[in-house]
Write a protein that binds this ligand. Structure first.
Ligand code: NAD
Length: 476
């Protein structure tokens, strides 16, 4: 295997250069980390050929064997977690602790789906009319195109690769052009774990649109699994429609965070710090808008600002830092623009701490006195900014929380668990975190309602995104 950083295409079990390359940069230092192979459409389609040719043998591989290969991938990735973490930090910019947390979460998908590979259940029953037996089997859906974003370069890849392989599918992964190096490291791990040639291919490109369009138009592709923005997801759904390609979509979020009357402010801030600051706020699950009971709003704002003032901002490579760089200066500037717009729309901005001048850093901010319906409450912030809206009436808070086209996750912190559960059940989102700042777990179904997506990843549901039910009507 070539030595890292791996920068070639991984197709059919071999590392292949390309005639063009694009730079991957470290957003904390603005230095070039690697010049990565830039696949064009014909090269990308050779990955489809590899995945297509590898499909019959992999689909016929006994589930136990597939499980053991995934288990080995879990073992190798666990042993090499420091290298993965270092790569995530360098290309994404996030803090070391965030990257280490991501590595652990990402690795766990291999273990979870190694266990699921051997437990794909079917059904067998007599038809009510008594004329036949209904047998339900599950078949691998086929060749899968997997597209992932830059904010979790390891976890978004393994959350798709592991269930696809467990189900007996083959795959082409197209990682985000900002963060392809982690995906290439994972390809190397899978190869060493014994994944046969062609079963997983990784195609890096700066021409995502052209390449994906060509893959979705190829009749050998049966599945698209996408994680990214709602805008790109919508476009891909249109493209998938032409050939009725099965599509799973993990899209944007705009998570409300409710602090109910009677909640202890310190507890609420502790939960809020996790929900807001994990991954520097660059998470689809990040708390985006805080609805705080009017009796607590001022105390909550100042306690949250104080907590944020304690945060150390700087390169993730220095492990003492809590908040790393944003992925690029473009993303950082979008966040700064949103804060300026919020201020113009009446918010009071309290900036906490100071960001280093060099690199894509931004200091956290608490925005007090925000009105529901203003731009910041309608936009995915994707950074360390906490807008606070005060509410008087719980029913009104629930209405405002659900007043969004997104429905990925909601957070509820309540005086009592009963209060929080009662309000949590009224949230129109695929996930609700009750009295805690993080919900993601490989053993739980992750996904959203409304324009946050279609389908679920992880849990018992994740493998079914890659399986096609087949009903056999057996004459008696
Ligand atoms: P993005 O939509 O810009 O890009 C995601 C992926 O799509 C990248 O690999 C990109 O190269 C590719 N892409 C871009 N344009 C494309 C096109 N025309 N055709 C095919 N592929 C294309 O998203 P991003 O900025 O990388 O990630 C941030 C977004 O991802 C946020 O909206 C966030 O909420 C969302 N996200 C969602 C989840 C989830 O599980 N719901 C998880 C992480 C991130």
């Amino acid at each position: 295997m070539p030595t890292p950083p791996l920068s070639d295409l991984f197709i059919n079990g071999t590392w292949q250069p390309a005639s063009e390359r694009f730079d991957v940069r470290d957003p904390a230092t603005d230095t070039v980390l690697a010049a990565v192979a830039d696949a064009d459409v014909p090269t990308g389609l050779t990955a489809v050929t590899a995945a297509h040719d590898a499909l019959p043998a992999w689909a016929a591989t006994p589930p136990r064997e597939r499980a053991e290969i995934l288990r080995r991938a879990w073992e190798i990735m666990t042993a090499e977690s420091a290298a993965i973490t270092r790569t995530i930090v360098s290309e994404n910019g996030k803090a070391w602790a965030d990257a280490a947390g991501e590595t652990a979460y990402a690795t766990e998908f291999f273990r979870w789906f190694s266990e699921e590979a051997a437990r794909i259940a079917g059904d067998f029953r007599r038809a009510p009319a008594g004329d036949k037996t209904i047998v339900l089997d599950h078949r691998p859906i086929g060749v899968c195109v997997l597209i992932t974003p830059w904010n979790f370069p390891a976890a978004m890849a393994t959350r798709k690769i592991a269930p696809a392989l467990a189900a007996g599918c083959t795959a082409i992964l197209k990682p985000a052009s900002e963060t392809p190096l982690t995906a290439l490291l994972i390809a190397g791990i899978l190869q060493r774990a014994g994944v046969p040639d062609g079963v997983v291919n990784v195609v890096t490109t700066s021409r995502a649109g052209e390449l994906t369009k060509a893959m979705l138009a190829d009749e050998r592709v049966h599945k698209l699994s996408f994680t990214g923005s709602t805008a790109v997801g919508r476009l891909l759904l249109h493209e998938a429609a032409d050939r009725i390609v099965s599509a799973s979509m993990e899209l944007g979020g705009n998570a409300p965070f409710l602090v109910l009357e009677g909640t202890d402010v310190d507890t609420a801030v502790e939960v809020a710090m996790v929900a807001k600051m994990r991954n520097g706020g660059a998470a689809c699950t990040a708390a985006n808008r805080f609805y705080v009971h009017a009796s607590l709003a001022a105390a909550f704002s100042s306690a949250l600002t104080r907590a944020l003032e304690k945060i150390r901002i700087g390169p993730g490579s220095d492990r003492v830092n809590d908040l790393g760089a944003m992925v690029s200066t473009v993303e950082r500037d979008k966040i700064a623009d949103l804060v300026r717009t919020a201020e113009a729309e009446g918010a009071v901005v309290n900036t906490a701490g100071e960001a280093p001048d060099r690199g894509a850093f931004i200091a956290p901010a608490v925005l007090a006195g925000v009105a529901h319906g203003t731009t910041i409450t309608r936009t995915e912030v994707f950074g360390p900014v906490a807008p606070i809206v005060a509410f008087e009436d719980e029913a009104d808070a629930v209405r405002m929380a659900n007043d969004t086209e997104y429905g990925l996750i909601s957070y509820v912190v309540g005086g009592t668990v009963e209060d929080a559960m009662r309000v949590g059940r009224q949230m129109d989102s695929g996930m609700v975190a009750i009295n805690r700042g993080v919900a993601s777990d490989p053993a739980a179904p992750f996904g959203g309602t409304k324009q946050s997506g279609l389908g679920r990843e992880g849990g018992f549901h994740g493998i079914h995104e890659f399986l096609e039910p087949q009903y056999l009507a057996v004459g008696l």
